[in-house]
Design a protein around this ligand. Structure first.
Ligand code: XMP
Length: 312
C-alpha cells in the first residue's frame, strides 16, 4: 500500500464522487473493519452517513457502551444504537447446535437492520467493512468449516449499492489506516471477536444467566492478561455448559466449569495454544471461581488443528 494518508485522500475522493449528495448507512460492530470504514466515509460525507449499532446482547462486558462512546461522542458520527438483546435471546431459546445459532444470529441481525433502516430515511448506499481476506476466504466456499461469513453479513435482497473502501487492504493495513484516521489504540489493537459473539462461546443453550456468568469470567481473564502485559492473538473464556461439584465455605456446590483459551496465530487458519505464565492462570482462576455460578476453571491446551479456535 502507498502511504496511509494517500490512501485516505484517494478513498475520500472516490467516496465523494460515488455518493454525491445521497445518504449512506453503515453497520458498526465495534470491530476494526467496520470502525475504519465508518471513519473514512464520515470524513468524506459527514452527516450524510448514519451508523447503526445493533446490540445483540452477545457482546463482551462494556462493549456496547464503548461503541456508543467512541463513535457517537468522540468521533461525532451520527449513530443509532438499537438494543435488540431480548429479541436475540428469544430467537435463540432452546437452540444448541452451533451452526443453527450462527444462522439465527445472522438472520436476526439482518431483520433488525432492515426494520431499523427504513425508519431513518432513504439510503442509497451501504458501507461495509469488507477487507481483502474476506473476499479470499468467502471465495473458497468448499473449504468452509464454519459458516463465518454468513454472520453479520449483508441482507441479500436489500436494495443498496455497496461501498467497500477497504476491500483491497489486509488486516495490518486496515490497522494503519485506522491509526492515521485517529482511531483509538484500544480499537486498532483489538483481538478478533466473532460476529456471533458470546453466542458461540456458550456451549448448549444460551440464557441470560449464562451470558452474565461468561461475560464476567471473560472480563476477569482479559484483565489478568492485559495487566501482565502479554501480547496474544486471541484470548477468551468459554462457558462449557458442564456442571461440576465444588466446595465453598465447607458447603457443596454444583456449578459451571469455565474454560480459558489463549492462542497465537498469524491468520487464524492454524493456531498454537499459549504457554501462559502460571501466575496469570492462577490469578484468573481464583477470581473467576468467585463469580456466582462457577465452580471450576480449566485451560485449553489444544492447537488448531485439530481443534478450532472457538469451541463452537
Ligand atoms: P475458528 O474457531 O474457526 O476461528 O478456528 C478462526 C477465527 O475466526 C473467528 N470466528 C468467527 N468470526 N463469525 C466470525 O465473524 C463466526 O461465526 C466465527 N467463528 C469463528 C474466531 O474468533 C477466530 O478468530
Amino acid at each position: 500500500m502507498k502511504n496511509e494518508d494517500q490512501f485516505i485522500n484517494e478513498q475520500i475522493k472516490i467516496i465523494q464522487e460515488t455518493v454525491g449528495s445521497e445518504k449512506v448507512l453503515c453497520a458498526l460492530s465495534g470491530g476494526i473493519d467496520s470502525a475504519v470504514t465508518a471513519l473514512l466515509v464520515h470524513r468524506a460525507i459527514g452527516d450524510n452517513l448514519l451508523c447503526m449499532f445493533i446490540d445483540n446482547g452477545l457482546m463482551r462486558k462494556g462493549e456496547p457502551e464503548e461503541v456508543i462512546e467512541t463513535f457517537g461522542r468522540r468521533c461525532n458520527i451520527r449513530l443509532q444504537a438499537v438494543n435488540a438483546q431480548e429479541r436475540f435471546l428469544h430467537a435463540l431459546k432452546g437452540i444448541t447446535a452451533p451452526e443453527t445459532k450462527r444462522k439465527i444470529i445472522g438472520t436476526e441481525f439482518i431483520r433488525v437492520f432492515e426494520e431499523e433502516a427504513i425508519k431513518y430515511g432513504d439510503f442509497s448506499f451501504l458501507a461495509q467493512g469488507t477487507i481483502r481476506s474476506d473476499i479470499i476466504e468467502t471465495g473458497n466456499k468448499k473449504r468452509s468449516i464454519k459458516s463465518h461469513h454468513n454472520v453479520g453479513g449483508l441482507p441479500e435482497k436489500i436494495n443498496f449499492n455497496l461501498l467497500e473502501p477497504l476491500k483491497t487492504l489486509y488486516k495490518d493495513q486496515v490497522r494503519s489506516v485506522g491509526s492515521a484516521l485517529g482511531l483509538p489504540d484500544y480499537i486498532v489493537r483489538r483481538q478478533p471477536f466473532p460476529g456471533p459473539g458470546l453466542g458461540i462461546r456458550i456451549i448448549g443453550e444460551i440464557t441470560a444467566e449464562k451470558l452474565e456468568i461468561l461475560r464476567e469470567a471473560d472480563f476477569v481473564f482479559c484483565q489478568e492478561i492485559e495487566k501482565d502485559g502479554l501480547s496474544i492473538w486471541q484470548y477468551f473464556a468459554v462457558l462449557t455448559n458442564m456442571k461440576t461439584v465444588g466446595v465453598t465455605g465447607g458447603v457443596r456446590t454444583y456449578n459451571y466449569t469455565i474454560a480459558l483459551r489463549a492462542v497465537d496465530s498469524i491468520d487464524a487458519i492454524t493456531a498454537e495454544w499459549v504457554r501462559l505464565p502460571w501466575a496469570t492462570l492462577k490469578a484468573a482462576a481464583e477470581k473467576i471461581t468467585q463469580i456466582p455460578g462457577v465452580s471450576r476453571v480449566v485451560y485449553d491446551i489444544t492447537g488448531k488443528p485439530p481443534a478450532t479456535i472457538e469451541w463452537e
